[in-house]
Design a binder for this molecule. Structure first.
Ligand code: DAH
Length: 340
């Protein structure tokens, strides 16, 4: 029994002198580990004379429990001290600016597309979305371009491995879809979306780009409605003082066909670098829907007329922000994209 008391005194004294965690762990191995002295002392009970066994056993167990508790308390205290020491050594400056989370932003094409949609929404145009993978029939033939029509050269595209299935070269085939879906009701829609072309990529032409197509069909839709719509759009989008002029042009799906310019947003018509000294910027192609196209959409050209227009969104954004290279839009250069 006196051995037990000695053991407890010795262990506690040594524990008190442990300065760090590793010393504590060594102490634990020496006394409370599997081969440790306390464990050995507990096992020693078998060699104690029977009449003292009970008292010895309970004293040995009490010592084991009390030393274990003392060890755990000492360990917790040393960890706390180590934490305090490290906090005061490498002081934490809570006033330092944190790491900035960089947040993304909408692509400039998405942003300007939203503006365009908002303007046309105010003019009473609904948005109609149609497929980017088209068939030859809808992309060309139903738009009055039979096979071998020379105008097809302007719209060469990417063909899939399925014959006659291609990536649309313009949003115009959407006209056919929307007409067939709504005939004989009047229509006033815009058809925004991505188009694809087999092009030499230059500062002015890309293999993919957005277009915004417009289509209005009714019983007395005229060229004056087309002009009024374009002027209203140009003024809402680019400023109330904008002037618009139309030139005659050719598209297979409109008759007559026009091209639309507005006075230059930089020099207001005086002539500058942006408008190449002409004073005018081209913004879209348009015209009165060709009778063949009306018929292909299910509308009788005797009863209905319509106008249509199509503009390249990136070209318009280039005008707004004076961007000189269309390839920037899809080059994924964050230095470009973050500016908007
Ligand atoms: N689809 C034409 C193009 O991609 C643009 C266009 C011109 C659309 C005249 C029209 C239109 O609806 O009437 O170049």
């Amino acid at each position: 029994m006196s051995n037990l008391a000695d053991l407890e005194q010795r262990a506690l004294a040594e524990l008190a002198s442990c300065q760090d965690e590793s010393a504590l762990r060594t102490w634990h191995g020496k006394y409370l580990g599997k081969q440790g002295e306390v464990v050995a002392a507990v096992k020693e009970v078998v060699n104690v004379p029977p009449e003292q066994r009970r008292a010895y056993g309970s004293e040995a167990n009490r010592i084991k429990v009390s030393l274990t508790e003392a060890y755990e308390a000492a360990l917790a205290k040393i960890k706390q001290l180590a934490l305090e020491a490290s906090l005061s050594a490498d002081a934490l400056d809570v006033t330092m600016p944190g790491r900035a989370m960089s947040s993304g932003n909408l692509h400039v094409a998405s942003r300007v597309m939203r503006d365009v949609r908002a303007v046309f929404a105010d003019l009473g145009f609904q948005v109609y979305r149609s497929r980017e993978v088209e068939d030859d029939l809808t992309n060309f033939e139903l738009l009055n371009m039979p096979p071998h029509h020379p105008a097809r050269d302007m719209w060469d595209t990417f063909h899939t491995t399925i014959p006659g299935v291609l990536l649309r070269t313009h949003t115009s085939p959407g006209q056919i879809h929307v007409m067939r879906e709504h005939c004989p009701a009047p229509i006033r829609v815009i058809l925004p979306g991505m188009c694809y072309r087999y092009e030499n990529i230059t500062t002015r032409s890309e293999i993919m780009f957005h277009q915004v197509e417009g289509l209005a069909i009714g019983e007395r839709v005229t060229m004056a409605d087309l002009k009024g719509t374009i002027v209203a759009f140009a003024r809402r989008m680019f400023g109330e003082e904008r002037q618009v002029r139309i030139r005659s042009s050719y598209f297979p799906f409109t008759e007559p066909s026009i091209e639309v310019d507005m006075d230059c947003i930089v020099c207001a018509g005086k002539g500058c670098g942006l408008c190449k000294r002409s004073g005018w910027l081209e913004i879209m192609g348009a015209g009165m829907v060709h009778p063949v196209v009306l018929k292909n959409g299910g509308y009788s050209p005797d009863q209905f007329t319509g106008f249509a227009f199509g503009m390249g969104l990136e070209r318009i954004i280039m005008l707004i922000y004076a961007i000189d290279d269309i390839r920037q839009f899809w080059a994924n250069d964050l230095r470009f994209l973050r500016q908007f």
